[in-house]
Design a binder for this molecule. Structure first.
Ligand code: GTP
Length: 394
């Protein structure tokens, strides 16, 4: 291949260092995302390896090899460590140290102790292939549902890099020609080598960058849709849930809402303090989460008001759910050390058919009217616009 190698390496080195700067910047504003800092150091190490090698200043091939191989191998190990951290795998510092030590030992062995270019390149590319294949496996195995396509592409790129590295090592081993790292005497090995380096430096880094951005978007969406105090869906999250329930193709027959309001919460706050009030709200969230399921979705409506949205139910099951919520809340608050024992909740229940005239706001208004009745009927009770016979069983 007709390539001005030093120029290409210079470009790749600069691309790696730029990627490193990008990852460092990302890490500064998204510290909770694991692995980004390791990727930043990985790009830095690879960038230095390539930049040091580009001018071909060192005439002695052994020293030139050491100068390239060691930072490059460190970069590969850090890349894998970053990927493992990004997907949430346990990854001890010892594993990283071992991998780096292995790469350094192999390089030293086949450069200074037993100088053999072919063996050095083969072990180096085998090492790189194994690490890249493991990165591909981590990304594929831990792909996130919403961005599974991007994870699939990332895994494919890493697998491609692994295959390119392995192929280059094999070409070099089976050739009878004398070889240098870039193997200009072996055109096929050289092409494969460059394909791998390009995939690594350009595509690989960009796809990792994309995965971090997708993770950030997912985290922001999760934050925007959840109440930070209780962890339940907030109103925005609930709206998104309702939209997904009403999406075309879902044959939903009816929808129910249970509105729950903690009794005399203002007095509780005044008497025991706002922090205790917050703890009662958290406990309410836990009680509701415990009663939730795929068809029973809890939400913090606002302040001391909560709701369940139920999309598969009978009238009886709704009333049972409301009663269970009321009793569990009362029991838990009584049993919870440090919380006021008399905390109770009033609940209004309503259900409507999902037809052409369905409006969620009307359903909420119906449940609210029942909640009003529960409050004015003495609190700590369930009121429902449903089958009164079922209600009177309790
Ligand atoms: N601790 C705490 N209090 C909150 C929060 N959000 C709203 N509140 C308080 O909840 C109280 C609601 O009081 P009200 O709407 O008067 O209702 P209530 O005292 O529960 O009376 P009833 O509903 O009629 O039983 C207000 O004092 C709000 O300040 C919160 O996040 N934490």
């Amino acid at each position: 291949m007709d390539i001005d190698e030093p120029t290409l390496m210079l470009v790749l080195g600069v691309a790696s260092i730029t990627a490193s700067a990008m990852f460092f910047t990302l890490h500064a504003s998204a510290r909770h995302i694991g692995g980004v800092r390791s990727w930043a150091y990985a790009c830095l190490a690879v960038g230095f390896a390539v930049l040091l090698d580009a001018p071909r200043l060192v005439g002695n091939w052994q020293w030139a090899s050491l100068l390239f191989n060691i930072p490059f191998s460190v970069g590969q190990a850090l890349l894998l460590a970053g990927t493992a951290q990004f997907v949430g795998r346990r990854w001890g510092k010892h594993t990283l140290t071992l991998l780096i030590a292995l790469a350094v030992l192999l390089t030293l062995a086949f450069t200074l102790v037993l100088p053999d270019s072919a063996l050095r390149i083969f072990t180096q590319t085998l090492y790189q292939a194994c690490l890249n294949a493991l990165s591909a496996w981590y990304l594929w195995h831990h792909r996130e549902r919403q961005s599974s396509r991007a994870y699939g592409v990332a895994a494919a790129i890493f697998l491609g890099e692994a295959a390119a590295a392995l192929a280059q090592g094999v070409f070099v081993m089976i050739s009878t020609l004398p070889v240098t790292y870039a193997a200009p005497e072996l055109p096929l090995a050289n092409i494969v080598n460059w394909a791998g380096v390009l995939a690594n430096t350009l595509l690989g880094n960009w796809i990792l960058f994309l995965l971090v951005m997708l993770r950030l978007v997912r985290d922001l969406q999760t934050d925007a849709m959840h109440d930070p105090l209780t962890g339940l869906l907030n109103r925005r999250g609930l709206r998104s849930h309702i939209n997904s329930l009403l999406a075309p193709g879902r044959s939903l027959r009816s929808l129910a809402v249970l509105l729950l309001d903690i009794d005399h919460f203002k007095a509780l706050n005044d008497r025991h303090g706002h922090a205790t009030g917050d703890r009662v709200l958290v406990m309410m969230g836990e009680v509701m989460r415990g009663l939730g399921s795929a068809h029973v979705v809890p939400c913090r409506w606002g302040g001391e008001e909560f709701c369940f949205v139920v999309d598969s139910h009978s009238d009886k099951s709704l009333i049972e759910l409301a009663e269970r919520a009321r009793q569990t809340f009362q029991r838990t608050s009584a049993a919870h050390p440090g919380l006021p024992s008399g905390a109770t909740v009033s609940i209004g229940v309503a259900a409507v058919p999902v037809d052409g005239s369905f409006a969620f706001s009307r359903l909420v208004a119906l449940a609210d009217a029942q909640l009003y009745l529960a409050k004015h009927g003495g609190r700590n009770r369930v009121c429902s616009a449903l089958d009164q016979e079922a209600l009177s069983q309790d």
